[in-house]
Design a protein around this ligand. Structure first.
Ligand code: BGC
Length: 521
């Protein structure tokens, strides 16, 4: 087993069962509290689609969209809801989150994961209050931007927190709880929209937007009581505290093996001075960099947010009335939560690859089925006035299978996998790249979906299916298994991989001194 300093053989492939420890209540409670960070993200994803379909909201802030919809007598279902200004309301949050994630990287590294979470919660709370009180569109936009900053900070810090804090053989289980909270946030938001849309006087949207403050308060309070991760404490020179904490969270006195690996990782990390330059320039970080870009890109190109943002609109398109559409969105929300639990149970048992591959195939089959069904009924003109009930139900069932496929694969693993593959020295920066790419493509899908539906028609589902094929092949050939590997020993998966190993021979160079530091790669 490796000791301190450069005697770090322990990071190079020893038996991972080396860390003694048990699952303590303390760590379970800590991890559950931290996972709450997913709630604010989920609530946002779920709330905006419903709010923007509430007539009083539209009439107040987007009168032109409201009147266009009222006056629209066209029967072309594909183009009924296409409005750029409205989608900008939904998607602006993700642009703010994208920018914020880079600031969060510095904060997470310098001040710890916990402070980033707390800050994210606070900013989010202010955004929710401004949104609930909005009397002018500028208040809506300022509120959305603040919510976005909150999400950027939370999504940057929470997955890292969970991956570092969890015992390595339960990392999958606990990290997936972040996704579980995202799905619960989405579901609760859908339910709220369903009920608040019925409030007389048409002010229900204020409740929908304002109640985002509740998950924010939960995060602020929980992060107040959380301790930081041992890895972050060591990184900031607080070794003794880290040691005491490690004993507490692992429930054993003998934590030397894990502690020494963290120390070794920190010592390596100190040799790398300019993280951003290194992550982009050094060949040995290439596999990690590629994953931090491709995984969130692929996650969004599954097309999942078409369902999450626009399910009510989509269901209206296929002929449901307003109420039934919102209800169907609730049904897909329930499936999303339940299927995520499968991943909680199996990510550490079956491994990440099995779930990625199965989920990919399942999504592909049901995307093609949806395309075929919609294509058969709507054709290319989209001119339909009456649709049989069985047809709409069949589409909803196919969408549920598709959502389930996502919910136990690319949903949770899209956050878990990147958070566990970065070496300590680039972990914070790598996670920011992951969040930024994720937010950018979330923004893009939200912004262009309704326009794409209008031009590509049912072919839109084939478009996303094409990417699902690509990502499944990518996973099969290029994604090494990471289950049961301690986070500070992860470089070994690249060294052992048929393709990525070629990038691991070249040493990292210090940006300014060009010093060879073979130990890192
Ligand atoms: C994705 C979101 C998506 C959600 C659906 C998350 O992992 O990042 O974009 O809306 O899953 O459950």
């Amino acid at each position: 087993m490796g000791g301190v300093g450069f005697a770090i053989s322990g990071r190079r492939g020893d038996d991972p069962t080396q860390y003694p420890g048990k699952l303590t209540w303390y760590v379970v409670m800590t991890l559950m509290a931290a996972a709450m960070g997913g709630l604010i993200f989920g609530y946002d994803i779920g709330i905006s689609g419903g709010v923007t379909s509430m007539a009083p909201f539209l009439e107040k802030f987007f009168p032109s969209v409201y009147h266009n919809q009222m006056d629209d007598t066209s029967t072309n279902q594909y183009c009924k809801f296409d409005s750029q200004i409205l989608t900008l309301f939904t998607s602006s949050l993700y642009l703010a989150a994208l920018v914020a994630s880079f600031f969060a990287s510095t904060m997470t590294k310098k001040f710890g994961r916990r402070k980033s979470m707390m800050f994210g919660g606070l900013i989010f709370l202010v955004g929710a209050i401004i949104n609930a009180a909005a009397v002018h569109i500028s208040m809506l936009i300022i509120g959305r931007v603040l919510l976005g900053i909150g999400v950027g900070f939370a999504n940057q810090s929470v997955p890292l927190y969970l991956s570092e804090m969890s015992p390595y053989n339960y990392r999958g289980t606990f990290n997936v709880c972040f996704q579980l909270m995202i799905t619960i946030g989405i579901l609760v938001a859908n339910l709220f929209n369903y009920f608040f849309a019925k409030i007389e006087g048409g002010w229900g949207w204020r409740l929908s937007l304002g109640l985002a403050g509740v998950p924010a308060i939960i995060i602020i309070i929980s992060s107040f009581f959380l301790s930081d991760t041992p890895n972050s404490l060591v990184d900031r020179g607080r070794e003794e505290e880290a040691k005491t904490l490690l004993k507490r969270i692992r429930g054993v006195e003998n934590i030397d093996a894990e502690f020494n690996d963290i120390l070794a990782a920190r010592n390596d990390a100190r040799l790398v001075q300019n993280t951003w330059q290194n992550i982009f320039r050094s060949r040995c970080y290439r596999p990690q960099l590629v994953m931090s870009i491709l995984i969130p890109f692929f996650q969004q190109l599954t097309g999942i947010n078409v369902i999450m943002f626009y399910a009510p609109v989509l269901f209206k398109t296929i002929g449901f009335r307003s109420d039934a559409s919102l209800m169907s969105a609730v049904i897909t929300g329930v499936i999303n939560v339940l299927a995520t639990c499968v991943s909680i149970g199996f990510a550490d048992r079956w491994g990440r690859r099995t779930l990625f591959l199965e989920g990919g195939v399942q999504m592909l089959i049901f995307q093609i089925a949806v395309a075929a069904l919609i294509g058969a009924k709507f054709g290319v003109t989209g001119d339909v006035t009456e649709l049989p009930k069985w047809f709409a139900i069949l589409v909803v069932i196919c969408i549920c299978f598709y959502v389930a496929g996502f919910a136990w694969s690319w949903g949770p693993l899209g956050w878990l996998y990147p958070s566990e593959i970065f070496s300590l020295e680039i972990r914070s920066a790598g996670q920011s790249v992951n969040v930024a790419v994720n937010m950018f493509f979330t923004f893009l899908v939200a912004q262009v979906f309704l326009g794409m539906l209008c031009t590509m028609k049912f072919g839109l589902f084939i478009f996303f299916a094409f990417f699902v094929v690509l990502m499944t092949l990518f996973c099969y050939f290029f994604m090494p298994e990471t289950k049961n590997i301690p986070i500070e020993e992860m470089t070994r998966v690249w060294r052992d991989h048929w393709f990525w190993k070629r990038f691991m021979d070249e040493p990292v160079t210090r940006a300014n001194e060009m010093t060879r530091i073979e130990q890192i790669c």
